[in-house]
Design a binder for this molecule. Sequence first.
Ligand code: CDV
Length: 311
Amino acid sequence: MTRTLTVGAAQLGPIARDEPRGRVVERMLALLEVADNKRCKLVVYPELALTTFFPRWFTEDQGEIDSFFESEMPGPETQRLFDEAARRGIGFCLGYAELAEEPGRLRRFNTSILVDSGGNIIGKYRKVHLPGHGEYEPQRPFQHLEKRYFEVGDLGFPVFRGFGGIMGMCICNDRRWPETYRVMGLQGVEMVMLGYNTPQINAAVYEPGHLRMFHNHLSMQAGAYQNGVWVIGVAKAGVEEGVEHIGGSCIISPTGEIVAQCRTTGDELITYDCDLDFGRYIRDTTFNFAKHRRIEHYGLITERTGEIPPP
Ligand code: CDV
């Protein structure tokens, strides 16, 4: 029996700072309907899908920042998404800013969840590789304050059984790090879902513009091939509050090839029938981990964080 999963990558165009959550959810529901018409069983939405990408602004007003966070999931505005997806029998992956209440403290994470076709949350991931900086940096054309507004995720890179396969998630900057995919690969992951918000210019340093899309695809394609896994990469794209974000949302096969890609920088859905067994031959041959990995030579990967050249 083939394990074919029809997946939709639901790219979102820009979300204005004052765009209400309810309006964003309506846009997501419109893409869900398109996905249903194309027989999708799983829809992947971007990172921080419910709001504008707020880490571009510095503020010391925690209340202002917390207005971008969800303290419950589903909450008053997102319940409709859960209900409608369940009514259609479609699961989804959703990125959002999570405000977690723990005894004596509030914690804030850049989170994504996996919801099954019955509307049940079956997986949660909290972003590990937070990019950017923690304080205001006046030389930047815009800020990237993820290190200020979020804690480093505390769940590792878990994988989940669902949709007939083994599913994993990561978020945006995580996709650039080979460790992200390999830790999930070592748990047999068959599909990695991720959302991203990637400005068209690198605000930290000059970099030719074409490299933004090249590196976006390069890192996801390498992660797919080197672990024999499907990768679904979904952008929040277009000019959002004056900052241009790349699109290029795509579905990547375990061979590393892009098999579907968005053409616009607005709300757009692309789909593909993903055979979850397709990566098996790669994981049984070239990247047969049990046969070929040499962990006795990999110690530095977990012992050392930064580079230390020889004396
Ligand atoms: N939201 C992100 O994680 N953005 C990062 C960079 C551009 C800051 C990214 O890797 O796309």
